[in-house]
Design a binder for this molecule. Structure first.
Ligand SMILES: [Zn+2]
Length: 103
């Protein structure tokens, strides 16, 4: 049984959230939860546990794409909306239409 070092999964979570404009902060509680900070303004937008399995973080963020795109998740400053738009404009536009469009 060989499992990856904890640092690997943290790094994976970090890069998954970085894609949508969120920074992973230092551990918040007992090293199992990490605060998520807006990469635009530094405001805390949530937290995430590090007990995810490999690839789960990327899949999670992927599933939340529409919520970040429409402002349902993320920071009120709109940084994640901006970043997700740059990531996949077509999907972003579709999300706006599906959610009644704030844009
Ligand atoms: Zn922000």
């Amino acid at each position: 049984m060989s499992s990856g070092a904890p640092r690997d999964i943290v790094e994976e979570i970090r890069s998954a959230y970085r894609r949508v404009g969120i920074t992973l902060d230092r551990p918040a509680t007992y090293g199992t939860y990490y605060r998520l900070l807006c990469a635009g303004c530094g405001k805390m937008v949530g937290n995430v546990g590090d007990r995810l399995l490999p690839d789960m973080a990327a899949a999670l963020v992927e599933q939340q794409f529409e919520l970040y795109a429409t402002g349902g998740l993320g920071c009120p400053c709109g940084h994640q909306r901006q970043v997700t738009r740059g990531l996949d404009a077509a999907r972003w536009e579709a999300a706006q239409r599906r959610h009644g469009g704030i844009a």
